[in-house]
Design a protein around this ligand. Sequence first.
Ligand code: ZN
Length: 198
Amino acid sequence: MDLPAEPLPPETPSDERLRPGPDAPIMLIPIGEVDEALIGKTVKPLEEAFHRVVTISKSLPVPKYAFNPTRGQYHSAAILKRVEELRAQEWDAAIGLVDVDLFVPEVPFIFGEADRSTRSAIISLTRLRSESGPSESRREVLTKRLVAEAIHQVGLIRGLAQCPNNRCVMFFSATVQDTDKKGAGFCANCRKRLMSEG
Ligand SMILES: [Zn+2]
């Protein structure tokens, strides 16, 4: 007599199982000395872009461990690793914010990077600063660039790709001029994709 087969558990794709629920917050993590008032200005635009609660966590220490004396810059991957270690399962995304110059080995510098598999990212304010103009308008420019960069990185975590449309926030910025031109809004394609990804 054949024994009834044990029912198999329903198959769940791993990313589906790890996907945080609709109430999961986006967590902003200041690292080292960062202007927290400036970080605070990204909260509302991020909430509006992703329909998630955005929370600023307590800060992590200055990332001395990531400093490369030859380059005079900080290794992005080493700092991103700390952000990944901190990310709690119930967070939608963990975004580390630093005010040091970041690099990855192949390129002179990066504004930031994201790792979709760990739902973590890192952003540097350093290269987003404007060199000219009165301090009030410089701060305004920096805020706009930071908002665009933060939405771009969370967009990558949420499954969007780099977008060929240079007016879309998901366009890859090689320079701050690219960032100023694209702004913080999604193109119709990316918006549609974001809504279908949930
Ligand atoms: Zn787009």
